[in-house]
Design a protein around this ligand. Structure first.
Ligand code: CA
Length: 136
C-alpha cells in the first residue's frame, strides 16, 4: 500500500491499512486516504478511491470517516475515531486475529474500550458488532 494508489472499487470493496506503520485518515466521502501524521510516517502515500464501502484501519490510532452511504469500519488496535456520517454504519470488532480480548461498548457515550482497543464513535454510527473471545 506504499506509494500513491488509485483504487476503483465495485461498491463492495474494502480498503485495508493493517500494514501501515502509523495511523491513517480515511475519508470515504472524499475518496482519500493518507497517513494522519505529516511526513507519511505511516508509509501509505496518498490514496484516492471510489466504490469503497468498508475500511480496515491500521494497528495504530486511525480516523475513519464515512459518507452518506452505508459502510462498515474495522479500526483494529490504537486510539481510533470513527464517524460514519449518514447511512446505516457498523463498527466491527470481530476480527479475531487482532482482537486480543473483550471490548466494552457504550453506544450512548460513543466509546469502545478493551484490550488493545480504545475508540471514539460518533453518533452517526448505528451499530457495533463484536464476537465473544475465541475458545482457547
Ligand atoms: Ca456512512
Amino acid at each position: 500500500m506504499a506509494g500513491n494508489d488509485t483504487i476503483i472499487g465495485n461498491g463492495n470493496t474494502r480498503l485495508q491499512y493493517i500494514l501501515a506503520a502509523d495511523g491513517v485518515t480515511v475519508d470515504i466521502a472524499a475518496g482519500t486516504a493518507h497517513g494522519t501524521a505529516a511526513g507519511d510516517i505511516a508509509e501509505v502515500g496518498t490514496d484516492t478511491f471510489t466504490g469503497v464501502n468498508s475500511v480496515m484501519g491500521s494497528m495504530f490510532g486511525d480516523t475513519l470517516l464515512g459518507s452518506s452511504a452505508t459502510e462498515n469500519f474495522i479500526a483494529l488496535a490504537g486510539d481510533d475515531f470513527i464517524d460514519g456520517r449518514g447511512g446505516i454504519d457498523t463498527a466491527l470488532y470481530s476480527n479475531l486475529t487482532n482482537t486480543t480480548g473483550g471490548v466494552s461498548i457504550a453506544m450512548a457515550a460513543g466509546s469502545v474500550t478493551g484490550t488493545g482497543h480504545r475508540c471514539r464513535i460518533a453518533e452517526s454510527v448505528d451499530a457495533v458488532m463484536a464476537e465473544p473471545a475465541p475458545i482457547k
